[in-house]
Design a protein around this ligand. Sequence first.
Ligand code: ATP
Ligand code: MG
Length: 390
Amino acid sequence: MLMEDVLLIRYSEIHLKGLNRPFFERKLIEGIKRALNNHKVYVIREQGRIYVKGLRQCETDEAIDKLKRVFGIHSVSRAKVFKKDWDTICAGVTGMVERLLNERDCATFKVAARRSDKQFPLNSDQINRKLGELLLSRFSKLKVDVHDPDFIIGVEVRDEVYVYTGETGCSGGMPTGTAGRVVLLISGGIDSPAAGFMLAKRGAELSAVHFYSFPYTSERAKDKVIELTRLLSLYAGTIKLHLVPFTEIQTAVYEKCPSKETTVLMRRQMMKIAEMIAHEDGAKALVTGESLGQVASQTLESLAATDDAVKIPVFRPLIGFDKDDIMDLARKIGTYETSILPYEDCCTVFVPRHPVTRPSVDSVRASESAADFEDLNVHALAEREILNIG
Ligand code: ATP
Ligand code: MG
């Protein structure tokens, strides 16, 4: 009896894509291969499913764990593959249910068959009924419950027959590399990594930029951002991280501009430098971790005054999130524990005592003429360090 183990992968939204579907599927397969590059596997696409073959039994748990982080996957099942022969299928299914009942205490089940191969003599309903009857006669304590069963036996009749008894939910989203590139402004805080995750989940590739202020911020703060970027890259693939020295710019803002506008003026320079990086890296938008009203620099007026500094779109995927929601997301994606390590952010070092909460665009533009920020920004960019992470 052929009893190969495979992973059966279900897509999330790709089925909605019309003519572009092959492109999305190709990107998904690339993502799967990237995640499993330590394993010797074959990744095969067939009729709206992807199969991973060649895994050894002892590798499957680890592989499923990695696939949970691949965007574009709805769920994964560990399946057994049988020849399209009814007796083989019956024996195989009985064996699988027997093993399951040895591991778990279950009282109810249902069979959910799908027949893609219309040549197969039994249709889905008939397969459900016949296998149901077989299992009822073989395992006396089992009953059928079609609404809320303890376990479902999935049977898919294709080129061969795939049978599974469980399904692991994955990240969903769109495959990495299907949405173009964005530049994430990443601090060492909780919010910006979560914001980057949201865009990556929708298929965007990430460049990231971090501004640091030696000697006011330490090497440790920089390492923390590198680690956060690495954690994000587990989902988003390789991330190009730009580490930009910001001390000269901050000093100029601090010494030459009205102190109440310090934060918004610093933020504008960050945006301008990030926009230059976007042009270099072929990115089409910027991403920040701001959420409406969280702090003085996150009022509608402040956000508008910040956006005024650049031409490309600025996305703030957390704009409507409460801090608690953001913390939950950060925990879920695994960045929270690193984000809460103590660190100094360049913004907190130069925080004004009385920041404006409703800056006017005209006023901040005028304040900016006190120093040659264009030159300072270009200079800072020239001094940056670039790391490819992940
Ligand atoms: P975070 O948790 O990401 O630090 P926050 O809510 O604390 O966000 P701020 O510190 O005010 O907010 O920063 C707002 C956004 O500006 C951040 O989410 C991030 O996108 C960007 N930002 C702030 N500081 C830096 C920095 N040093 N380098 C790069 N981006 C930064
Ligand atoms: Mg912060």
